[in-house]
Write a protein that binds this ligand. Structure first.
Ligand code: GLY
Length: 331
């Protein structure tokens, strides 16, 4: 079994040994970016440096960042989505690019974490009028030993990351999916199905950040080519321990157990509402406990903070009504 603390230590140690300087976790409330309510990724506080400003600690950085993503809120409660999660990241600010980023990701996954190469699939950007197809990443994955039929090309909707707000640094990405269930895809269509319904879980994303999105929607070249990666701590810990859902990770399992212990008799760990309550209560606590302190209100972050417990209560009462009705019908 691997714990979240052990995964973080392994990851940060691996990248520090490769010249990356550790930067602190930033606040969940972005300090210099009014265009977004929450820090959604570790790259967020790094925007000026991705745009070319020299970072005081150099061109190679790594950290673990707390994130809130309200965009995924309707998917929370399925096997893998969370509104609050921790993200491991490594960055190249105009230093290494795709080959080195991919080969370090591959080495970390297969050597440090011991994931067999057969246990994962990868995706690369298929290309469109804004940027060409990313054959370079696919070649690197193949060179490292990923079978050609496990490398899938997908459009911008799937294989593009950023900008964090409306404008700024962004680019195509290459994503790594762990086969949480022992299944194989026979085609890209099948891969899409397996990765959107649960059996395959995206655990890491290497963003090849080379464009700057302007307010008119056009994509200019950035001054420098960067790498921005994000690995989900909860997902990775869960799959490494053989789980097929994120709620079995050590930082979520005790909360879910507690929610179940006060829920209607017969509630299981797979119950979607129990999972949503677990996620939302944890997210609310993290926002409340943030160093830039938010309190519930009618606007912005305070509104989201207020809605999370309310949404949990709504779900819980709706769930109780369903259980009560079912019990009454059976009587
Ligand atoms: N910024 C990289 C990611 O969120 O995956």
């Amino acid at each position: 079994m691997i714990s979240s603390a052990e995964l973080k230590k392994l990851y940060l140690g691996f990248f520090q040994k490769r010249g990356h300087k550790l930067i602190p976790n930033a606040s969940l409330i972005p300090e210099h970016d009014p265009s977004v309510l929450f820090t959604t990724a570790g790259m967020h506080p790094l925007v000026p440096f991705l745009l070319g400003e020299p970072h005081p600690l150099g061109k190679r950085l790594c950290n673990v960042q707390r994130c809130i993503r309200t965009g995924d809120i309707d998917e929370v409660g399925d096997a893998w989505h969370l509104s609050f999660f921790e993200m491991l990241g490594n960055w190249s600010l105009g230093d290494y690019f795709k080959e080195e980023a991919i080969s370090m990701s591959f080495e970390f996954l297969t050597k440090e974490l011991g994931i067999p190469a057969e246990r994962f699939s990868v995706t690369c950007f298929a290309g469109d009028r804004d940027a060409p197809r990313d054959d370079g990443s696919a070649r690197e994955w193949e060179r490292l030993g990923v079978a050609k039929n496990r490398i899938h090309f997908l459009p911008k909707h799937d294989n593009w990351w950023g900008p964090a707000g409306q404008t700024g640094p962004c680019g195509p990405d290459t994503e790594m999916f762990y086969h949480a269930k022992d299944m194989q895809e026979g085609s890209t269509d099948e891969f899409v199905k397996l990765s959107s319904t649960g059996p395959f879980c995206e655990i890491w994303n290497d963003v090849l950040m080379q464009y700057d999105k302007a307010a008119d929607g056009s994509f200019g070249e950035l001054k420098q080519k960067n790498v921005d990666t994000g690995m989900g701590v909860e997902r990775t810990v869960a799959v490494l321990n053989g789980a097929d859902n994120v709620y079995e990770c050590d930082t979520l399992a005790p909360i879910l157990d507690m929610v179940i212990s006060i829920s209607a008799k017969g509630t299981t760990k797979a119950n979607r509402n129990a999972r949503i309550i677990t996620d939302h209560m944890r997210a609310a606590v993290m926002i409340l406990g943030d160093e830039r302190g938010v309190v519930p209100s009618n606007v912005d972050q305070g509104y989201v903070l207020g809605r999370l417990p309310i949404r949990s209560v709504d779900i819980k009462s709706e769930y109780k009504t369903i259980v009560w009705t079912a019990e009454r019908n059976m009587a």
